[in-house]
Structure formats: C-alpha cells, structure tokens
Write a protein that binds this ligand. Structure first.
Ligand SMILES: Nc1ncnc2c1ncn2[C@@H]1O[C@H](COP(=O)(O)OP(=O)(O)OP(=O)(O)O)[C@@H](O)[C@H]1O
Length: 274
C-alpha cells in the first residue's frame, strides 16, 4: 500500500508542470525572419542557480533567444524546456506563470505612475481580484493591493531603492530606472530571470553596483540568471558560464576564462569590429 502510494505520488510529481530541476535547456532552436537566420540550431543548458552570460556581436541573435524563451517568438524548430516544462508551445502568459521574467534593453516605466506602482505592475499575472473588483474597489481588491504594495516595498528595499518609492520615473537616473525595472521583474516572483543589457548606458560605478545587486538577488531569490551584455568586465566577473553567439550560431560555451581565450571568439569580435 505504502509502495503504491509513493508510486502514485512520484507519478503525479513527474506529471505536474514545474517540478523538474530548475534548469533551462535549449535544444537545436532555430528561427528565421525572411532570409535572416537569427538562430541556427542553438543548444544551451543553464543549470539551476547559475548565471549564464550570453554575449556576441550586434545582430548575433541574443535578444531573439530571449524572445523565444519568453514566448514572444515561436521557434521554427527545436525545444525549450524550463523546470521540466516544455515552453515552446506555451503562450506568454503561461510562461510567466512558470516563473520566467525578463527585463528589456530599453527602460519602459510608466511616467504617470510612481515607482512603487510601476513595480506592482509586475504582479499583473496574479491579478486574482480581477479588473471588475478593481473598478468597484471591492474589499478583496483593496486587500490584494495592500499585499502587493507591501511586497513591492520589500523588493525595492532589497535593491536599495526604498527612498524612491513615491518618486516619478522621470526623475530617476538611468541606473536607478533600470533597477526599478529589475524590481518590477522580481514582482512576478521569477525563478528564471533574463536580463537584456542591464549595464547599457550606466556609468562605471553603477555597473559595479549592478554586478553586486545581481549576485545578491540570485542568492536571495534563488534565481537562475541569463545575462545578455556587451559589458565584458561585468559578464566575465559575474557569469559562471558564458555562451557566445555569432550570426545565430553558438560559437563557444564554457567558463569565462576559457571563452575569453577562445580563438574563434576573438576572431568573431575582431571581425565585427572591422
Ligand atoms: N522581428 C524581427 N523581424 C526581422 N528581423 C528580426 C526580428 N527580430 C530580430 N531580427 C533579426 O535577427 C537578427 C538577430 O537580432 P537580435 O536582436 O536577436 O540580435 P542581438 O544579438 O540581440 O543584437 P544586439 O546586440 O544589437 O542587441 C538580426 O539580424 C535582426 O535584424
């Protein structure tokens, strides 16, 4: 009886989405736009709790890869699995529910909302009280709003941003605005966080701080992170592994030092600089 019970439990756990290891696995992912082959049979595994740097010259396919993982684009072929779940066929909203979040290259905060309200928006997919309740300002909506506000305040605190809670996004430096975006992404309670060029436009001291922030967040929220970045110092100091894309193909993958000295990688970068 006990054996039957444990077999049934094991079967349920295997069937239930989101109970695999929190590993991101891309296998042979390809996508083309007209004649442009943006990703060509890209395979990549990012282990749970690690930071993977994703680098490559402009147009290499890095953002496209993020767009495929988050359901913005459907790959033409190949599979993407996260936490034991096949993401490839899922709509974006479902993918967020599997605790995948991202930030974007360009900061997109709503200027008519203050900072904490912008952060609260990150929880929109768990809007249990619903729009109608919000319109009628029912008690359950007010309760949910209070809880979300408290959670947003905690996340702002973990990013050292509590003093900006009531500020307008228009009054923030780029470095602070980018951290607010990060806070908004964390509001969806992700386990996989995709960061698209978080250091672009930041001054040197902000980049150093950002590195520390990402490291701290990984520990605190138990995150697996993929970091697209052109800032080599940041990637090389932060990433456990680095993947290099060039013209849609995976050119190299390994520990930062090995990738940095890989002749194929050096050639790809020199080629793109010419
Ligand atoms: N929606 C689209 N329609 C047409 N072409 C696209 C689309 N999205 C991406 N591409 C093309 O796919 C290729 C890869 O673009 P992608 O933005 O993924 O590169 P990237 O590595 O992120 O570049 P960057 O470092 O400049 O941000 C480029 O040639 C780009 O023009």
């Amino acid at each position: 009886m006990a054996a039957e019970h444990s077999a049934a439990t094991a079967a349920r756990q295997t069937d239930r989405p989101g109970t695999g290891t929190q590993r991101l696995e891309l296998s042979s992912v390809s996508i083309s736009f007209g004649g442009i082959r943006a990703l060509r049979e890209v395979s990549l595994t990012v282990e749970a709790g690690t930071i993977c740097g994703l680098i490559g010259p402009n147009g290499a396919g890095k953002t496209t890869l993020f767009n495929c993982v988050t359901g913005v684009y459907q790959p033409d072929s190949g599979q993407i699995r996260w936490d034991g779940v096949e993401l490839t066929a899922l709509p974006r909203r479902q993918i967020i529910k599997h605790r995948v979040a991202r930030t974007f290259q360009n900061v997109a905060l709503f200027p008519e909302l203050d900072v904490i309200e912008n952060v609260m928006l990150g929880a929109h997919h768990r809007d249990r009280a619903g729009v109608a309740a919000a319109a009628l300002r029912l008690p359950r909506f007010r309760r949910q709003e209070r809880d979300l506000r408290q959670q947003a305040a905690e996340i702002l605190g973990s990013l050292g941003l509590e003093r900006f809670a009531a500020a307008s996004p228009e009054d923030l430096t780029l470095g602070t605005a980018k951290r607010v975006e990060l806070a908004r992404a964390l509001m969806s309670e992700p386990k996989l966080l995709l960061l698209d060029e978080p250091a672009s436009g930041l001054v040197h001291s902000e980049v150093r701080e950002l590195g520390e922030v990402i490291r701290t967040l990984r520990e605190r929220y138990d995150l697996t992170v993929v970091l697209v970045e052109h800032h080599m110092e940041l990637v090389m100091s932060l990433a456990d592994h680095v993947a290099v894309l060039a013209s849609g193909q995976r050119l190299a993958y390994g520990p930062p030092a090995a990738v940095q000295n890989d002749p194929a990688v050096i050639a790809a970068y020199l080629g793109s600089a010419e």
